[in-house]
Write a protein that binds this ligand. Structure first.
Ligand code: MN
Length: 132
């Protein structure tokens, strides 16, 4: 679990710093991108175990980036967790439709954040082992 790779796509520097610090402290390897295009490129190059996707990004938004990832044969098995500061039902629905497996609202609960991300990774690993 601790050598799992997590790709964070987030344009806000202080959010990025917080997410990176929490996940690095928990022993994860963290990859960072500040826009969707760079994030998708990193996903292709490194095949992370999970992608944390900010929804409001410069250029392509997180919904469209998620649609690209979840319909790409090489990337579609990577779970995408939406991160958004406007936790409205409409956004949750759109994130779900785009293919996000989970939704985390910002500001995050720092104690829950790492647990939620770790849960998505272990669900995925268990699925591969046929445990779920
Ligand atoms: Mn943003």
């Amino acid at each position: 679990m601790s050598d799992a790779k997590i790709l964070i796509i987030e344009d806000n520097e202080s959010n990025m710093m917080l997410f990176r610090d929490l996940l690095t402290l928990a022993g994860f390897h963290v990859l960072e991108a500040s826009d969707a295009e760079a994030g998708i490129e990193l996903a292709r190059a490194h095949r992370p175990d999970v992608i944390l996707m900010d929804i409001q990004l410069p250029g392509m938004d997180g919904f469209n980036a998620t649609r690209i990832i979840t319909t790409d044969p090489d990337l579609k098995d990577i779970p995408v967790v939406a991160l958004t500061s406007y936790a409205m039902e409409k956004d949750m629905m759109e994130a779900k439709e785009a293919g996000c497996t989970k939704f985390i609202s910002k500001p995050i609960n720092t104690r829950e954040f790492t647990k939620t991300v770790a849960g998505v990774i272990s669900d995925r690993q268990n699925r591969w082992r046929g445990l779920k």
